[in-house]
Write a protein that binds this ligand. Sequence first.
Ligand code: NAD
Ligand code: MG
Length: 386
Amino acid sequence: MTPRSITILGATGSVGASTLDLVRRSPKSWRVVALTANCSAAELAKLAREFNAECAVVAEESCLPGLRDALADSGIEAAGGNQALCEAATRPADIVVAAIVGCAGLAPTMAAIEQGRTIALANKEALVSAGEVMTAAVARNGATLLPVDSEHNAIFQCLAGNDIADVARITLTASGGPLRTKTLAELAATTPAEAVAHPNWDMGAKISVDSATMMNKGLEFIEAHHLFPVGLDRLAIVVHPQSVIHSMVEYRDGSTLAQLGPSDMRVPIASCLAHPARMDTPMAPLDLATIGELSFFAPDEERFPATKLARNAANAGGATPAILNAANEVAVAAFLAGKIGFTDITVTVAETLERLSLTPPTTLDAVLAVDAEARACAETALETYA
Ligand code: NAD
Ligand code: MG
């Protein structure tokens, strides 16, 4: 069997590690083209050597000397900077896993799309910010987006073999995060350590905070709107604390299809890597008798206003989702740095959305300009709380 070639953008992160774990389990099936990281040169070099990658790239140019040293005599190319990141993303590969966190992943993901590649997309912020700019580029270049995000992967699986015109409703499930049962006063006093301690999923810090504010579900709502164009009024969110059902698709005849699985990202990643076939994963099968009960609740948008902000941003369209995403990235970083409180995150996002009104971007550069302007505006808004 000829090995398939794979590039992983964001190889040192949580999704990157889960992907490499699957590759490690069947090394003969894969040839690693490029692995990238922001700055962790030693860690990236170790992975590049283990998987005998063609090249390793750090986005931070100042981290390149460290990467070069760590890869000396390995025969593996080392490169640094955003242009090198985009170049790595365009190298021929059967699949490109987009697992960078934040809008920082947009340019390299778009570079892979321009080459018509198959992209396993974890980097939801890129799709939220670029929206139609990205989906139009996918269509124009004959690229394929396979959703890694567990909810969207579930929906993708539930849509297979069906006509999207027959969909009555798509329901995204949300765990509700680690703060699901907290009062508003308790939420305001939440520390970064409490916010990142997710009950069901082990993830990077940014998405863990998003999960706690439920902005993750808000971003996923916008992500779903672009991946599965059924109309915003056919997209719903239900809180399901056990994270066993990863999402559902309801058809006009009354049938609802759901995808269930362990809360382990290796399941949706494997579904993308093997698509349209299936591959083995090491997870224990789902034991429903032990799980016992599945419960469902309507989201509480008073305590968790992020889903409302995101739904409004999706309805507004244009530059608004990119502004929402950028403000959220800035606010989450400020919260993690101890500069603002937990509930200040969504207040900052709302404030930035109120202050800014920008022309709808129609190119990648225009999206990046909106992102930059919204970040600057959010930084100013933050000063109220810092
Ligand atoms: P993470 O923080 O664990 O890893 C992020 C990766 O991106 C790292 O390799 C890091 O070096 C790289 N990176 C960070 N900033 C960068 C920059 N400015 N330029 C280039 N590279 C940069 O994040 P994660 O939890 O793996 O999440 C990655 C993406 O996948 C996010 O968009 C997240 O929303 C999405 N996602 C994650 C999970 C999960 O379980 N972790 C689930 C669904 C979706
Ligand atoms: Mg998700």
